[in-house]
Design a protein around this ligand. Structure first.
Ligand code: UDP
Length: 338
């Protein structure tokens, strides 16, 4: 286990309001806190005055996402595979964000993806039960598979191929949701589930193969933009700070079912190329490539429940969010050596 800092503050004021009744700051465990969304979550929790322990095995997470926190006294990093039993001591809240999450990553690490969603989730839930901690699972729009209902309401049960290549991720997350609900029902753990739709912004890895990472990188390098299939498939992209605001609103709510967090503005992939070229000012061309198996044809979150129950909706549209991400992508592309 690698610890980069180990200090914590036990009491104080919580503006996040996660423990509004006691006004105490919390000791929070973020599993997968070195990842794209997990690291942004660590930042916000620290800014709210909490103590954060980040547990990550760095399979797809990166220390670079946490480098700015190494002198933060309320932050502790533990290099830990959560599939192995572990015990960080008393915690008040557990956020489970550990998993490879981009198609390229989970297809490369299929077994690890299944393990972290099953064994890792069970270990996290057992910890939450032991310490009577609240628990929030990062789930995914992939639970809906290649959806036959559009937009995807949280009441839709999905269309997942259980033996297709994407099943390592989809079924891992579906199991994680089932395990979470079982701990809620049978062990009375205070759980929440967020289904996160496509999210982008600073710290997205430029080599993770996702559409936004690829198009931004390719545009900045003057390479062809690789469109899979005919580019008519759709996705809806949420800027990371909007997603984090939704996740935190859910964390402090008393909502125990699943909640969709995403931006309902829907774009065909081909349309995305235009937006990225406009923002980067690039004159890259488009190159069509085969569509991966079971690639969902359409995806758009129905966020009515998040609006009603959490008073949350995204504020940042794709153009604005890409503009806000441009500097990050420029430096990440140059750091990666092009
Ligand atoms: N895609 C694409 N070109 C790329 C990368 C992805 O056309 O270079 C497509 C992909 O086939 C999918 C969509 O963009 O239809 C979103 O892919 P991503 O990997 O970002 O995540 P997904 O939403 O499929 O999990």
């Amino acid at each position: 286990m690698t610890r980069i800092t180990h200090l914590r503050v036990a009491h104080g004021h919580s503006s996040l309001g996660l423990h509004q009744s006691t006004n105490q700051t919390m000791r929070v465990l973020v599993a997968g806190g070195a990842g794209f969304i997990g690291s942004h979550l660590c930042d916000v929790l620290l800014a709210e005055g909490h103590s954060v322990i980040c547990a990550d095995n760095l399979l797809t997470g990166r220390m670079a996402n946490l480098a700015h926190l190494c002198n933060q006294p309320r932050f502790e990093f533990v290099q830990q595979d959560i599939c192995q039993p572990f015990d960080p001591g008393n915690i008040d809240y557990l956020f489970h964000f550990a998993s490879p999450a981009s198609p390229v990553d989970y297809l490369q690490h299929g077994i690890e993806t299944l393990q972290v969603g099953s064994l890792g989730t069970m270990n996290c839930l057992a910890l939450a039960a032991k310490y009577n901690a609240k628990y929030l699972l990062a789930s995914t729009s992939e639970c809906y598979g290649d959806p036959l209902e559009h937009p995807q309401k949280k009441t839709y049960w999905g269309n997942v191929n259980p033996i297709g290549p994407r099943s390592v991720y989809d079924e891992s997350k579906r199991f994680a949701e089932a395990a979470t609900m079982a701990y809620y029902r049978y062990r009375k753990v205070d759980t929440r589930i967020v289904r996160i739709f496509n999210t982008y912004g600073p710290r997205l890895q430029v080599n993770d193969g996702r559409v936004i990472s690829n198009f931004m990188k390719q545009s900045l390098l003057g390479q062809d933009l690789t469109v899979y299939g005919d580019g008519s498939q759709t996705r809806s992209f949420c800027y990371v700070s909007d997603a984090i605001a939704g996740i935190l609103a859910l964390a402090k709510s008393e909502e125990h079912g699943s909640i969709n967090i995403g931006n309902p503005d829907e774009f065909a992939v081909l349309e995305c190329t235009k937006v990225v070229l406009e923002i980067t000012g690039s004159s890259s061309q488009i190159r069509f490539q085969p569509l991966p198996q079971d690639d969902p044809k359409q995806r758009r979150p129905d966020i009515l429940k998040a609006k009603k129950l959490l008073g949350w909706e995204p504020k940042i549209d794709l153009r604005t969010g890409l503009r806000m991400s441009l500097e990050y992508f420029r430096s990440a592309v140059s750091a990666a050596g092009g």
